[in-house]
Design a protein around this ligand. Structure first.
Ligand code: E4P
Length: 217
């Protein structure tokens, strides 16, 4: 399973990249706003800055909701860098736009996916990635991991090539469960990635080893 970081924060992207286990970046308009990035020029520059840090797929989201607007925006985003993946919402015009991008060699990430039916449509349109929002599903008292399992089963059965990009990750355990459930990619906040490091027995064991090593120093 590949690891993407879900942020527009350059310092966090650098920190994850320096770990050597990063495979890509996802952003969304809320994450961009959180970093105070406003205005078309500033937003395009920020995407380019991210692409200059990581030579890996970077999802950049369109904010138009009509076919023509999404295609226009997506073309500008894709022209920024070969690693840009155009992120398109799961709406009717979004599906049309994903098909257009697919036919024109532009990679896409179909976002805001909450059901297996939506995931089938995204795959039919040729999306490179489909993003089921695990955490937001859990927030509503449904089971986000079950959706990953269901999509994984359908894609394997039907031979769909679209990659399952588990999004809206809230915890380190989500990452483990997504790996078990067959996600191809998990996009996570830095805190959830670093949380995977933690185990009290590791800390206790290391302290003991270091203590014992002093005896022979
Ligand atoms: C990623 O592509 C999504 O935009 C993101 O994971 C949403 O996460 P949230 O539900 O924590 O906002």
């Amino acid at each position: 399973m590949k690891f993407f970081i879900d942020t527009a924060n350059l310092a966090q992207i650098k920190e994850a990249n320096d770990l050597g286990i990063l495979d890509g970046v996802t952003t969304n308009p809320s994450l961009m706003a959180k970093e105070g990035i406003q205005g078309t020029e500033a937003i395009l520059k920020h995407y380019k800055d991210i692409c200059d840090i990581v030579k890996m797929p970077v999802s950049a989201e369109v904010i138009s909701t009509d076919f023509e607007g999404m295609v226009e925006e997506g073309k500008k985003l894709a022209a920024l860098d070969p690693n840009i993946v155009v992120k398109v919402p799961m709406i009717k015009d979004g599906i049309k736009a994903i098909k257009w991008f697919t036919d024109n060699g532009i990679k896409t990430n179909c976002t805001l996916v909450f059901s297996a039916g939506q995931a089938i449509l995204a795959a039919k349109a040729g999306a490179t990635y489909v993003s089921p929002f695990i955490g937001r599903i859990d927030d509503g008292n449904w089971d986000g991991i079950e959706l990953i399992e269901q999509i994984s089963h359908i894609y394997n059965t039907q031979g769909f090539k679209t990659l399952i990009l588990a999004a809206s990750i809230r915890t380190s355990l989500h990452i483990v469960k997504c790996a078990e459930a067959g996600a191809d990619v998990c996009t996570c906040p830095l805190s959830s990635i670093l949380g995977l490091l933690k185990h009290p027995l590791t800390d206790i064991g290391l302290a003991q080893f270091l203590e014992d090593a002093k005896k022979f120093a």
